[in-house]
Design a protein around this ligand. Structure first.
Ligand code: BES
Ligand code: MN
Ligand code: ZN
Length: 517
């Protein structure tokens, strides 16, 4: 979206000797008795000579270990590269899981930044394996040099031509590789948006970027500016965005195929910078807070990917965009704001802002009576305390929550279903408004979900006499990506430093699953 860099990914079935790439990549796994060269298309003799030299080369098979060897005689590729895939797991798929393949392909694409073309000769006997390798490479080939000063640094891009060697050449394999390319582009778009500094990405420029990206697709777009938001009563966005000279926006982006199998609404938290507002964050907690729009970035990337893939599901994305800043026009602790639709909230902590903008978006999404609502947000620090920096928390209606966890398992992402305990809402009791915006500290991620649930609308066809509110509500899930959205440690597998694009794959897989049901 920001980045014009688009690697091409293709399946190639020609003889390995004839493949003309800067680097030919083979996999090495950690076996019970040392390194093991994974099944590959090399001729027996060449394969044996590589396998025999693994120990001498220091190849361990550990994930992310990359070794370069001079090219083999009779091969067109200049260098031979060994990439570690980690421990053999002894599964039926030849001992390497799909996620291990995805990571190995991604790690090679990420680390081979000086090669302009790479060919991946990893185990690719099934369509699932080809798909995993293509996807891993497409998301591993990523860099973000746009804000470097020198021309030279800016021109450093990863491999732009990625070939997956496989004997499969049917149309399903081709389609799987095309899909991997679209998924890769969506993941990279989220990373670009997350990595873009808040000096350059703010609600208005975010909305403009989305409009530009949507232009080349069939997706439809509507943008509310500050005046529109005031006219329609979006008190959450106006309250949170009120402290900034750069006003809030609400963006609705829609993929609407004819005769859709279902309608899913996706709502994204898009705080382009979270200073905390008047409840100011300490300095060290404020760095990385450009990541606070990762949910909105994920939502738009998924809607546009659904359009690109022509998924027979209607998807409406709601991007709740605001900059949370302190100033004399900022909302104050103890202010009462009116969320879209009429519920009032006493703002006790202006740093609990994500739930306020999401509340507006969830109510607006509910009005259209979708079959389910999924919100995606970097919502709570408590997410990291509960699940760490790589596992996403998902809460809400059992059906949607569990479908998302299943989709994550298929796509190789780590999502964990969490409960919304019955006492989770009690901390939000207000003396003056319907709710406050801060619950108990314990179980902070779960409490935030309970708050959001209050804004999910009822199904129009619900039995008005039903006693259990759960049976009346539109099915909904809340996805907290606070930690996993940003990698501030070292790169690994297909995951770079900075924005990760986590949950894009899960959400696309979830939408695809609805078309099969
Ligand atoms: N954007 C933060 C959550 C966050 C923290 C995301 C760290 C990624 C990394 C959110 O707006 C926030 O400030 N949440 C507060 C809520 C509290 C004031 C109730 C938190 O989690 O501390
Ligand atoms: Mn905050
Ligand atoms: Zn925030």
């Amino acid at each position: 979206m920001i980045n014009d860099f688009k690697p091409t990914v293709s399946a190639v079935s020609s003889a390995v000797e004839k493949v003309d790439a800067d680097a030919l990549v083979l996999g090495v796994a950690k076996g019970p008795e040392g390194p093991v060269l994974l099944p590959n298309p090399l001729a027996d003799k060449a394969a044996r000579s590589v396998a025999d030299s693994l120990k001498a080369l220091g190849a361990s098979g550990a994930a992310d270990q990359l070794l370069r060897l001079p090219g083999v005689d009779g091969f067109k590729s200049e260098t031979l590269v060994l990439i570690g895939v980690g421990q053999l797991t002894g599964e039926a798929d030849g001992g390497v899981s799909l996620e291990a393949l995805r990571r190995a392909a991604g790690s090679a694409a990420r680390q081979l930044s000086s090669a302009s073309s790479i060919a991946l000769a990893l185990p690719a006997a099934t369509i699932e394996q080809v798909s995993a390798i293509a996807e891993g490479a497409a998301i591993g080939a990523y860099s973000f040099p746009h804000f470097k000063g020198s021309e030279e640094a800016r021109s450093q891009t990863p491999a732009s031509e990625i070939a997956v060697l496989t004997e499969l050449k049917d149309k399903h394999t081709k389609a799987a590789v095309t899909r991997a390319g679209v998924v890769g582009q969506a993941v990279r778009a989220v990373r670009d948006l997350v990595n873009t500094p808040p000096s350059h990405l703010y609600p208005e420029s975010f909305a403009e970027t989305v409009a530009k990206a949507a232009k080349s697709t069939k997706a439809k777009l509507k943008v509310w500016d500050d005046k529109d938001l005031a006219k329609d009563g979006f008190g959450g966005l106006l309250g949170v965005g009120g402290g900034s000279s750069r006003g809030p926006r609400l963006v609705r982006v829609e993929h609407s195929p004819s005769r859709p199998a279902a309608h899913i609404a996706l709502v994204g938290k898009g705080i382009t910078f979270d200073s905390g507002g008047l409840s100011l964050k300490p300095a060290n907690a404020m760095t990385t807070m450009k990541l606070d729009m990762a949910g909105a970035a994920t939502v738009v990337a998924v809607v546009l990917a659904a359009a690109e893939l022509n998924l027979p599901v209607k998807v409406t994305g709601w991007l709740c965009l605001a900059e949370n800043m302190p100033s004399s026009t900022a909302q104050r602790p103890e202010d009462v704001i009116t969320i879209y639709g009429g519920k009032t909230v006493e703002v006790l902590n202006t740093d609990a802002e994500g739930r306020l903008v999401l509340a507006d978006g969830i109510v607006a999404a509910s009005e259209e009576q979708p079959d389910a609502i999924v919100d995606v947000a970097t919502l709570t620090g408590a997410q990291m305390i509960a699940l760490g920096s790589r596992t996403v928390g998902v809460m809400g209606s059992e059906g949607v929550r569990d479908s998302l966890v299943e989709a994550a398992d298929v796509s190789g992402e780590s999502l964990w279903g969490m409960p919304i305990p019955e006492e989770a809402l009690t901390g939000f009791r207000s003396d003056v408004a319907d709710l406050t915006n801060t619950g108990a500290r314990e179980g902070g991620m779960l409490n935030a979900a309970a708050f959001l649930r209050e804004f999910v609308g009822d199904r129009a066809d619900a039995d008005p006499k039903a006693l259990d509110p759960e049976t009346k509500r539109i099915p909904w899930a809340h996805v907290d990506i606070a930690g996993p959205s940003f990698n501030d440690k070292g790169a690994y597998g297909y995951t770079p430093k900075g924005g990760t694009g986590v949950t894009v794959r899960t959400l696309i897989t979830y939408l695809e699953g609805l078309t099969k049901a």
